[in-house]
Write a protein that binds this ligand. Structure first.
Ligand code: SF4
Ligand code: SF4
Length: 162
């Protein structure tokens, strides 16, 4: 296999325009750490958080926990001033645009700049930085419920400890 196209790094600086936070259908999957962090930030128990901010997505292996969307496809946490939980935003958000699909080739990277104006701007991010983001996301995983499980009957301790 040839060397990754980003071997010499890629430029990226987020200007917090929120363009990646809505406007079209998408999923923001939550890891256990994301869930813990959001519950603490919002001071909610899991049941209330699930009711207000989540949905389940059938992955074929179970149902994955994702943030809900507004009717216009904006993320449920997108407000007038941007992300309402920015300091506790999920890893999927904080590692964007360093996602495997976007990093498939120089073509997919360039093409993503139609969504994200921070691509190819500002700070040069080295290969190690980029690969660390890919690994962080892979290692974090996603909260997944069995088909038979009722998420609302489960406490956060059960979910986080499972
Ligand atoms: S959680 Fe925040 S950063 Fe992530 S998509 Fe929603 S509004 Fe954007
Ligand atoms: S679209 Fe790019 S520049 Fe805008 S908030 Fe998202 S990551 Fe930052």
């Amino acid at each position: 296999m040839g060397e990754a196209f980003y071997a010499d790094g890629l430029k990226f600086s987020c200007n917090r325009c929120s363009a990646c936070c809505g406007g079209e259908p998408g999923y923001v999957f939550l890891s256990k750490d994301d869930l813990l962090s959001l519950l603490s930030c919002l001071k909610l128990d899991f049941r209330s958080f699930f009711h207000e901010y989540c949905r389940l997505v059938d992955t074929g292996q179970g149902r994955a926990l994702s943030l809900a969307e507004k009717p216009n496809y904006d993320c449920i946490f997108l407000g007038k001033g941007g992300c309402r939980v920015y300091e506790s935003r999920p890893l999927q958000c904080s590692t964007y645009p360093f996602w495997p699909g976007v990093l498939e080739s120089s073509r997919t990277w360039k093409s993503e700049s139609s969504v994200c104006p921070g691509i190819d701007k500002g700070e040069l991010r080295g290969r190690d930085y980029i690969e660390e983001r890919i690994a962080q996301r892979k290692n974090a995983g996603t909260v997944l419920f069995d088909y038979g499980a009722d998420p609302e009957s489960l406490g956060a301790d059960t979910i986080l400890g499972s």
